[in-house]
Design a protein around this ligand. Structure first.
Ligand code: BGC
Length: 755
């Protein structure tokens, strides 16, 4: 009976929120009343005219004629504000109802001021900084006429074979949710009608990061319990933060592709979460339901509208078939009106009906884009994203007056600094590592040799170079390049080798089945180590790599992702110790591909391995350890931190109560530095198998050399909750273990009981 009442209450609540969603905007309603069916369908059509920023295989045709015919609701990937102005003129002057267009773009990690790739930004664990990068991205993009951003991408990714792991925050729903919120806030600000805020789009709902085998666009199959607990929270966090739009994913969920999935787009999004913005498909994802095996274009377009999709990106299935489907009774007029209403409401929120040109202001670009202040934040964000894996013999930080052999295919390379999904950035504006080292340490002697190609494989180079030359195979032979680098190394005090992946080795349609450093560079690294000179590896990648051999070498390793437009300056600042690295991994680094998926919140199983060596009839591998190479949360500093005296405020709490855990942290090393104190929770006994531990809190603190601080983190009632088999969000009485420390292997523990 209680359950039943709860159900009624839930219905009432969701009913109420959809009522709120239906609170009508008079101007929009007046417009809808005047619109013909064709004009309404036109608003649901999103096109990309080509000639600008290409992000997919298909480009829309006859865009001008379609805008003038009232058949377009928005454009994306338009090259310049001048072109947007022309397009807006067509919409505003040449159509019957003069409805302005939306202008969208993928501003994923900065607009022209390119910040580190999102996986790198996440490694800063600095929510204010991340919000600031999103704010700057919005200021710059809106200065260039864009009012709708296809970001944040918040797909949880636990399979680094999937290239798009670069584009999100990594494996963890708690951190991912916090970052999703920060980014929505950064893009949208508090007032969407200002001309420097823009609509954000959380994407790609849902579960895109769980593609089987890490192969992009592949199928996904997942239990609801796993979805709710592990994969859905960041999308929901964005919705709770007021995100204006949502983009569907390419994959299927329970056998129905996201763009046609009614459970997803209506039951979950609208009814359970109370989302009242608009839902856009991904690039031709409506049409792709034909290849998924769900029918012809008319059938899949009707399926999408019926499911709750509002806007059709590029594929024009809505434009070309919805009228027929209406005539045949396969969709209703109300559904078309409702989708149109949501698009018009978004335009209204942006203030476009007051002034369709409010984002096109010729005075803004020069002052708002790539200015000194923004570049400064890009430099700071990059330095904060770096993760120190190893500091062999404490060779880092480097002295500023030494002789450096700067080696490696990424050491003097503008084309690979920005990272994947930086279609609005200009690689030629980026600072290569060589230039950065010279400017930060003018007294050092720095000589450069390429040493190796990123890869010697022409086939890989061809696959990677779709957006320009990322892997350039030198005219010289590998032997010649290597010997030049070795002779330089032999004449220097130290070798800095900048190695790793080209930018487009990660990102969309950039899955890899082998995650090692390419063979050409592995060989270079080994030869450099054999010279006996101290070696610091600066490692670039858009994903976790498998580097057990490199980690075992007597080298130092600084992971720098793809650092963005200020790459060289930031790398130099960290190598020379002007900034002490404090980044921490947000995705586990596996020993080998066979361990994937591997993440910190795995379950214990009924047969957990209890030793590091193989145990028959326990859950382990014959030929690899269970432990990852580098755990989630991992990252060193030039200084050391000591954790002591973990304590908990109360040993017993009731439902609805919070509890605070405190630990004392001391900087025991020789440098000032920051540490990300991390808190992991284990729900020891519950009705569904608990993860061994889950991130539930963190705090980034700065400590001067020798300084101590006591750091407290509070667990809220929600932190103890999970979705049970009935998908109720509950906390169950019993014992909890709390681990607090420097990474997800933290062993300092306190316990408490929930009554
Ligand atoms: C990607 C989206 C992107 C869209 C538009 C698609 O291929 O999956 O993330 O927003 O293109 O560029």
């Amino acid at each position: 009976m209680r359950k039943f009442n709860l159900f009624v209450a839930v219905l009432f609540f969701t009913g109420l929120s959809s009522l709120q969603a239906q609170e009508r905007i008079p101007l929009v309603e007046e417009l809808l009343a005047k619109m013909t069916l064709e004009e309404k369908i036109g608003q649901l059509n999103l096109l990309t005219p080509g000639g600008g920023v290409a992000t997919g295989a298909v480009v829309s045709q006859n865009v001008e004629a379609k805008i003038k015919a009232g058949q377009v609701g928005g454009l994306f990937g338009v090259a310049s504000p001048e072109k947007m102005k022309v397009a807006q003129d067509f919409a505003v002057n040449d159509t019957r109802l003069k409805i302005p267009l939306l202008f969208g773009s993928d501003v994923i990690h900065g607009y022209k001021t390119t910040f580190p790739i999102p996986l790198g930004l996440a490694a800063s664990w600095d929510l204010d900084l991340i919000e600031k990068t999103a704010r700057i991205a919005a200021i710059e993009a809106t200065a260039d006429g864009i009012n709708w951003n296809f970001s944040p991408m918040v797909d949880i990714a636990r399979d680094p074979r999937w290239g798009r792991i670069a584009e999100g925050a990594g494996e963890d729903p708690y951190l991912g949710s916090a970052i999703a919120k920060a980014m929505v806030k950064g893009y949208q600000g508090n007032d969407l009608s200002l001309n420097n805020t823009m609509l954000a789009t959380v994407k790609h709902i849902a579960l895109y990061g769980a593609s089987e085998g890490g192969r992009d666009y592949n199928s996904v199959d997942m239990s609801k319990v796993k979805m709710y607990n592990e994969y859905l929270p960041p999308y929901k966090a964005a919705v709770d933060a007021g995100v204006a739009s949502i983009m569907t994913s390419f994959n299927d969920i329970d056998g129905v592709p996201a763009s046609g999935n009614k459970w997803l787009l209506t039951n979950l999004l609208r009814e359970q979460w109370g989302f009242n913005g608009f839902v856009v498909s991904d690039y031709t994802s409506v049409n792709e339901m034909i290849a998924h095996g769900l029918g012809d274009l008319q059938a899949v377009s009707a399926l999408a509208l019926n499911a709750g999709l509002d806007m059709d990106m590029v594929g024009e299935g809505f434009l070309t078939t919805l009228k027929k489907s209406l005539e045949e009774g396969k969709v209703t007029g109300d559904q078309i009106t409702q989708a149109c209403r949501r698009i018009l409401e978004a335009k209204y929120k942006l203030g476009l009906f007051n002034d369709p040109y409010r984002y096109i202001d010729a005075s803004r670009p020069a002052k708002d884009i790539l200015n000194e202040e923004h570049r400064k934040v890009a430099r700071e964000a990059a330095a904060r994203s770096f993760v120190l894996f190893k500091n062999h013999n404490n060779i880092l930080p480097l002295k500023k007056d030494i002789k450096i052999a700067l080696v490696g295919p990424l050491a003097n390379n503008k084309n690979n600094m920005l990272g994947t999904w930086a279609p609005t950035g200009d690689p030629q504006l980026s600072v290569p590592i060589l230039e950065g080292l010279k400017s930060v340490a003018p007294k050092a002697t720095i000589k450069y040799a390429k040493g190796a190609n990123i890869s010697d494989d022409p086939e890989l180079a061809k696959n990677v170079n779709v957006f320009g030359p990322r892997i350039e195979i030198d005219e010289r032979s590998p032997e010649e390049m290597l010997s030049e680098a070795l002779s330089l190394a032999n004449k220097s005090d130290i070798v800095v080798a900048v190695v790793g992946e080209a930018t487009e080795m990660s990102g969309e349609a950039a899955s890899r089945s082998d995650l090692s450093i390419p063979a050409s560079q592995k060989k270079l690294i080994r030869a450099l180590v054999a010279t006996g000179k101290p070696v610091a590896l600066v490692l670039m990648s858009g994903r976790p790599l498998t580097i057990p051999e490199e980690l075992a070498l007597p080298v130092s390793i600084l992971q720098v992702w793809h650092p963005g437009v200020e790459a060289g300056n930031a790398v130099a600042e960290v190598l020379f110790g002007d900034y002490n690295p404090a980044g921490k991994l947000t995705a586990t680094w596996p020993v080998n591909v066979g361990q994937i998926p591997i993440y910190h919140s795995m379950k214990n199983t009924g047969r957990p391995a209890t030793t590091e060596s193989f145990q028959k009839f326990q859950s382990n591998y014959l030929d690899a350890p269970n432990a990852p190479l580098l755990p989630f949360g991992y990252g060193l500093s030039y200084t050391q931190f000591e954790y002591t005296d973990p304590s908990i405020e109360k040993k017993e709490i009731g439902q609805g109560e919070s509890v605070t855990i405190t630990v004392s942290l001391k900087n025991t090393g020789n440098y000032d530095g920051e540490e990300v104190v991390q808190l992991y929770l284990r729900d020891v006994v519950r009705s569904i198998t608990p993860p061994m531990r889950e991130l539930k809190g963190f705090k980034k603190v700065f400590l001067k050399q020798g300084e101590s601080k006591s750091v407290s983190i509070t667990l809220t009632p929600d932190d103890l909750k999970f979705y049970n088999s009935q998908l109720d969000f509950v906390s169950e009485p019993g014992e909890f273990e709390v681990f607090i420390g420097t990474d997800s292997n933290a062993t300092d523990k306190v316990t408490f009981t929930l009554k």
